[in-house]
Design a protein around this ligand. Structure first.
Ligand code: COA
Length: 348
């Protein structure tokens, strides 16, 4: 086995798309501020009963159809997400149930935030090469990148909440003898640059109010002082400037790494598909490296930052536009909370 190959792609988005101006009813912001600092024009957000699980299942169903395989041929399911619906089970297991993908094969989630899709591909490559998964007639992997970031958005934090959106995309991966694959992932633990605490989200919303006192359903678990202290930490917090500096560094160093591993210069690949966080991050690195605008596929205008979903959503849109042709060579670069980052070289 030499590499891996993506043979199917599917995407799913919530029904509601909100333009920048529509956010003005919730916070003091403007289309001009958001567009000039990020390039984002609108984002999809789950409403009502829509969930990550629904989006992940729909994207997966379409990817399976696109690859023209049967669910019984899937030998491994992975979902890259940092916004899981259930603490247990994983989104991957939920999708396995919904799509009736026969049991007996591994299914789990990974959380590497916005680098999750690249981490997932590296894991698949390593597991396939180990020969322990995807044996005999179940040789395909379903990899989902899906997020419902709106669950973590506090609309009173305007510098964070305008940046993110919801969505999911899935790919079918199979081992390949003739397609090359290179990958690199890395992390540098940092709990202050970009974070959301689960305690604020789950245990504290589970507290019932008795007068002014917050009472936990598990009285042994959490003190009232601590509960009050971290209540707001259940929503996404970001040091925007620190993350910006990290992102341009990570993006540039991963392009170097992919050039080194693949032996192909950035100017010679067909596209560079970066994590779609912010047009200014992409432009900064593009100008620094004197690369043409057309080299970078960008769709963040309509989705905002969808974290683990952003790279597969970009690949799905590229396929719809006919930009992924047999022989296309692509660098994918992710970076985000963790801090994590990573890159991969893919051939179509
Ligand atoms: N609408 C209007 N004004 C806003 C605003 C919004 N949504 N959000 C913040 N502002 C205001 C601030 O309050 C501040 O006002 P002040 O000067 O009166 O205090 C002003 O705009 C400037 O804010 P600042 O934080 O200095 O802007 P910036 O130029 O650093 O841009 C980010 C902020 C978040 C766009 C930028 O730091 C960034 O892109 N960071 C990386 C984010 C990212 O991509 N994260 C995910 C990576 S995976």
């Amino acid at each position: 086995m030499n590499g891996i190959e993506i043979t199917g792609l599917g995407k799913a988005l919530p029904k509601t798309s909100l333009k920048n101006d529509a956010l003005k009813q919730y916070m003091d912001t403007s289309d001009e501020w958001i567009r000039s600092r990020t390039g984002i024009e609108s984002r999809y957000l789950c409403t009502g009963r829509e969930s990550l699980t629904d989006l992940a299942a729909e994207a997966s169903r379409k990817a399976i159809e696109d690859a023209r395989i049967r669910p019984e041929e899937i030998g491994l399911l992975i979902c890259a997400t940092c916004t899981t619906d259930y603490m247990v089970p994983s989104v991957a297991c939920a999708v396995q149930e919904i799509l009736k993908i026969p049991g007996g094969v591994p299914a789990f989630d990974i959380n590497a935030a916005c680098s999750g899709f690249v981490y997932g591909l590296q894991l698949i490559y390593a597991l396939m090469n180990s020969g322990t998964v995807c044996r005999s007639d179940r040789k395909y992997v379903l990899l989902i990148g899906g997020e419902q970031l709106s669950k973590m958005l506090d609309f009173s934090e305007r510098s964070v909440s305008v940046l993110f959106g919801d969505g999911a995309a899935a790919v079918i991966v199979k081992p390949s003898k003739d397609k090359h694959f290179f990958c690199h992932t890395a992390a540098e633990g940092d709990r202050s640059a970009l974070y959301a605490h689960t305690v604020g989200r789950n245990q504290i919303t589970g507290l019932s109010k008795q007068g002014e006192k917050l009472v936990s359903p598990n009285p042994l678990y959490i003190s009232e002082d601590y509960a009050r202290e971290i209540m707001k930490d259940g929503y996404l917090k970001m040091d925007g400037r620190k993350v910006f500096r990290f992102a341009v560094r990570a993006l540039s160093s991963e392009i170097d790494e992919m050039e080194r591993q693949s032996g192909i210069r950035a100017e010679d690949v067909d596209y560079i598909v970066c994590h779609q966080a912010n047009l200014r991050i992409i432009d900064y690195v593009r100008k620094q490296r004197k690369l043409p605008e057309e080299k970078f596929f960008v769709n963040l205008q309509k989705y905002g930052n969808t974290s683990g979903a952003s790279i597969p959503l970009a690949l799905a849109d590229m396929k719809e536009k006919g930009l992924l042709k047999p022989g296309s060579r692509i660098f994918c670069i992710g970076f985000g909370a963790g801090l994590t980052w990573g890159g991969c070289y893919l051939e179509f």
